[in-house]
Unconditional design. Sequence first.
Length: 58
Amino acid sequence: RCSTTRDASYLMIYEGPSNISSQPIMNFSSDQLTSLEATIVNDYIVILAGTADGKIKK
């Protein structure tokens, strides 16, 4: 299970239901990303990121 959050200038992915006590497993500068979603598929973390120029990064 993953959760994503925005914190000032970063979009971050956390493993687990809560990000209160965990460190982000990945973060991105929100200057480049407009949205971020993460999910776990077959033990892999899959990330869909929307960017300002409309391109999707995986």
